[in-house]
Each structure stands twice: as C-alpha cells, then as structure tokens.
Design a protein. Structure first.
Length: 306
C-alpha cells in the first residue's frame, strides 16, 4: 500500500485505515484532556488511540510506514521532535462514523474543534429533525452536524468561513459515504449559501475567547453575538414552513439567560421552543476575569418553525 499523493485523499486513507482497525474514541473537553495527558504514564503514545485520540507524541515504528507517509502528505505530521512524531489531527467516533478534526491542544486560531458539544448537538438533531430536502449547517466545522443527518436529508450544505474546516468536512463526508450529496459554502454564515433554505442547523462558537479563535469565540456580549445573528439571519432566509435548530451556550447572569432574552422578540410570529440541555458546561471559564459576573454557562437548544 502506497500513501496517496493528494492531501485530502491522504487523510481519507488514514481514516479508512482506522475504521478497518475498529478504532473508536470519544473526545472530551480540553480541560479533561489536559488532566488525562498530564499523568506520568501518558507522555508517549503506546497505542493508535494515544496517537489519534489523545494526541500524544509517538515513535515512528508505532504506525505503519504508509500511514506516517499519508500524515506527511496530508500536512498532518509534526516532525519537529528529535525522536518522536506527533499527529496534527485527531479522529473521533460518533454514531458509528469517524470524523477528523484538529489535534489537542486546539490553540491555533483556525483549529477545527470536536468535543462534548458535538455529541450533544448531534443527539439533539437526531431527536428534532425528521427530514428535509436540504439542510444548511452554519459554522459546520468538521461537518458532523450535517453529516449526521445524511440519511434524513437529500442535500447537505456545510457553511463555514474556515478553509481548514472545509478540508476536514470534505474528508469526513467521504468517510461517511455521502460526499456526492455534500456541498461546501465558504463564507460568513449565509454569505455563500444560494437557493431556498428549508432547514438550518447550527452549533456555533459561544465563548468570549481572548485569543479570538474562530471555533471558540462567539463575539458580542460574553460570546452571545454569533448565536443571536444566526437566529436573525435564519429567520430572513428560511422558506415558509422551514425550521431552525440552534445548539449553543448561554452565560447565565443573576438567573437571566441573555440569549433567550435577545431572541424572544424575534420569534413572535413563529412556533418555537427553548430549553436547557445541560445547566453547566465549560465551568473553567468562570475563573477568568471575562466571566466574573457569570453564574454558569448553560448548553441550550432552540428550535424554530416559521
């Protein structure tokens, strides 16, 4: 087996190899990840899960030569260490599929994140979406949300402003066997989305991130800006009878949910439901000065029918 020469096909070959091994990995929060890999016995990879899940440095002999070559071709191999290599990508499993995304730590401003929010988002979609001719996944990142609906939607539009996200989304669509029904829209929210929109789904960034990382920083007041924009712009683009499913996080202050308060006036002529899925996520943010007035960050789900 020779490693493919095309970068995207090289990453696909790594994913297919992992699938053939029966590889599975559930990605945790960055804080949990940090605690696990800080353990004395987790400094060097011993298994494939250590390499592609826990992002540990590994000796060259741990992986087949063609897989090392594929990582190199895909621009996903860090060879800066004197004795050890490191993968710049991770693979996570969700509902029987593998998804490629950025390795830990996701410090780069264009990193593509996958974690507990992704699992909650896709679980919510499975319960709230029955089907559509076309789904538009805003801020798609790895594409997991839209791809998870491949059996329920005819066309999947993955919209993101991050070119690296588009690369990973194409790889993930190929691994999921739905690449022929996936289209990419590179731009800000609906900027590159044309045609009628029947279903919009979104799991946007919602943290007030001082480093302004695309996958993390929601902008506006305490990271709520992008979520509110998605509601506003989706209402303007959805066709009659269309639906929005928004999963996000809201910084609760003195018992008040600022996202719910902001979007309620916008939804007067729609059928909508707003609920908390998890009352407390990313609690480590509360230790920062930015969140000095926040009691908790709640994971919330808004569904709207127009």
């Amino acid at each position: 087996m020779r490693a493919p020469s095309d970068p995207e096909h090289a990453l696909i070959s790594v994913g297919e190899w992992l699938a053939g091994l029966g590889y599975e990995f559930t990605t945790v929060t960055p804080e949990s990840h940090r605690r696990v890999v800080a353990r004395p016995d987790r400094q060097v990879a011993r298994t494939v899960r250590d390499v592609f899940g826990w992002s540990l440095p590994f000796p060259r002999a741990l992986l087949p030569a063609q897989i090392v070559d594929a990582l190199r071709t895909g621009g996903a191999l860090d060879e800066s260490g004197p004795d050890l290599l490191t993968s710049r990508i991770r693979f996570s499993s969700l509902r029987g599929r593998l998804y490629v995304h950025s390795a830990y730590p996701t410090d780069h401003e264009h990193a593509v994140f996958f974690g507990p929010d992704t699992y909650r988002f896709c679980s919510a979609l499975a319960k709230t979406v029955t089907g559509a001719r076309r789904v538009v996944d805003l801020g798609a990142g790895s594409g997991a949300g839209g791809i998870s609906l491949a059996e329920r939607c005819d066309v999947i539009t993955l919209a993101d402003c991050n070119p690296l996200a588009a690369t990973f989304a194409r790889v993930n669509a190929q691994l999921a066997g739905c690449a022929d029904r996936v289209e990419l829209a590179i731009g800000d929210l609906f900027e590159a989305v044309t045609g009628p929109v029947e279903l919009v789904i979104a799991n946007p960034p919602y943290i007030a991130d001082t480093s302004a990382r695309l996958y993390c920083d929601g902008g506006g007041d305490l990271g709520t800006g992008l979520s509110i924009r998605i509601v506003e712009e989706s209402l303007a683009r959805l066709a009659p009878g269309g639906k929005l499913v928004l999963y996000t996080g809201s910084p609760i202050q003195a018992g008040v949910d600022p996202i719910r308060r902001a979007v309620t006036p916008l939804l007067a002529h729609t059928k909508w439901r707003y609920r908390e899925l998890d009352p407390d996520v990313f609690g480590e943010e509360l230790a920062t000065e930015t969140y000095a007035t926040v009691e908790r960050i709640a994971a919330v789900l808004l569904t709207v029918e127009v």
